[in-house]
Write a protein that binds this ligand. Structure first.
Ligand code: ZN
Length: 410
């Protein structure tokens, strides 16, 4: 395959992906109706439903605008040899085999962050604000940015350095070494996410004594779950939307309830949500997801090792001399359809896991409070209750509210 063909394939992938997104938006739009379908009546009242539709519309227009911007930007970078320009600029500063790629990706990331920040500001402080969700202050927003950037620089930069080092010194099997390092990192990240990463952004506190704790303790004793691992997180610092999640492995496992959930839902509703999260743990969903993630990473690195040394890859972006970082960038673009397919498959598994966790909550606790909390969660976040089935199939990690209610009352 010559460099021109590779270039054309990349453009094709980007265009098809953009058109697919627009098509799904259009399908969703067509699927939404001014009157709520019969089986969903009673979840939204008329006023709230009108608000939900307005929210969907505003978000739809915004996502159209921001994805068109990214689409035009990436095409411009490709057609006007923008990546070759950044490469030449980075090379004018250093030719160190490890520093050069880090600098190259660093420049791209900082530039992309600067260009997308106005969109993120608008989404948080205009759209979310207008619909009453935003609780983030400018200060929290800036601190989040700084912490996120530092974390990205340390983890991303450190990891990239190790990867390049393996590439330069381990020969053909560099991908196996990298895979090993990533696998260790993924296990550690899964284990320590809630104890190391989450506390950088939020405060976790053990659940206070009271009626809620009594109800939860009773349930946890029944199913044999150690309550020491239950925390309340100050999610209200950023948004009024409620949530809960399970994370970690073995002794490091944690269930985290947002304070917005803990404060505004009944004790049965919260216990039902907790039961759902414990279901994920008991059914080993986190463990399986991690193993699948590691295997998938290995396959990707193996494919990468087959193509990274091809000079046509660098030439496709207008860089004459083959280099690790340009090869990696081209690979990531060519790999994206495959990664999308894998994502769809992961969503299928994830939706199956959600049904399993719901069913666990239903059999070990009771279905009614879970249904009522799922309804409340949907209404409070103004979720679209009637997404198009194609969109659900491709992009939804959770079944729709209606599907979950039907399964729970089955
Ligand atoms: Zn779940």
């Amino acid at each position: 395959m010559n460099s021109e063909t590779i270039f054309n394939i990349i453009i094709g992938i980007i265009v098809v992906n953009f058109l697919l997104e627009r098509w799904l938006d259009w399908l969703n739009d067509k699927n939404s109706s001014a009157v709520l379908p019969e089986e969903l009546k009673g979840i939204y009242d008329d006023e709230k439903y009108a608000k939900q539709r307005a929210y969907d519309k505003v978000k739809g227009r915004f996502s159209m605008l921001s994805s068109t911007f990214s689409f035009v930007l990436i095409l411009a970078m490709l057609f006007f040899k923008g990546f070759a320009f950044v490469d030449a600029y980075a090379k004018s500063i250093t030719d160190h085999p490890i520093v050069l790629p880090i600098l190259f990706f660093g420049i791209l990331m900082v530039a992309s962050d600067i260009l997308t920040t106005p969109f993120s500001l608008y989404s948080t402080f205009v759209i979310e604000e207008k619909f009453g969700f935003n609780r983030t202050t400018i200060k929290t927003y800036i601190l989040d940015k700084i912490k996120g950037a530092l974390l990205g620089a340390i983890l991303g930069g450190g990891f990239l350095a190790l990867f390049i080092w393996f590439y330069n010194s381990m020969g053909t099997f560099f991908w196996l070494w990298t895979w090993g390092a990533i696998a260790i990192f993924m296990v550690l990240a899964t284990m320590f996410y809630a104890s190391v990463i989450v506390p950088l952004f939020n405060t976790l506190t053990p659940l206070e004594d009271g009626e809620l704790k009594t109800e939860i303790t009773k349930y946890c004793q029944k199913v044999g779950f150690n309550l020491e691992n239950l925390f309340v997180m100050d999610g209200s610092k950023r948004s009024s939307k409620a949530n809960a999640f399970f994370s970690g492995l073995g002794a490091k496992k944690k269930i985290v309830l947002y304070d917005t959930l803990a404060n505004e839902y009944s004790k049965e509703e919260i216990t039902a949500v907790l039961a759902h999260e414990i279901g994920h743990y008991k059914k080993k969903h986190t463990l399986v997801a991690m193993i699948v993630g590691v295997l998938q990473m290995g396959a990707m690195l193996f494919i990468l090792s087959l193509v990274i040394n091809k000079p046509e890859f660098s030439m496709a972006l207008g860089v004459q001399e083959k280099s690790f970082h340009i090869g990696l960038l081209v690979f990531s673009m060519l790999y994206s359809p495959l990664s999308m397919l894998i994502g769809v498959l992961m969503n299928v598994i994830s939706r199956k896991n959600e049904y399993e966790a719901d069913n666990y909550a239903k059999t070990t606790y009771k279905p009614e409070p879970l249904v009522s909390s799922l309804k409340k969660l949907s209404v409070d976040s103004l979720s679209n209750l009637t997404p198009h089935p194609y969109d659900v199939f491709l992009n939804y990690s959770h079944p729709t509210l209606l599907q979950r209610i039907k399964a729970l009352y089955n």
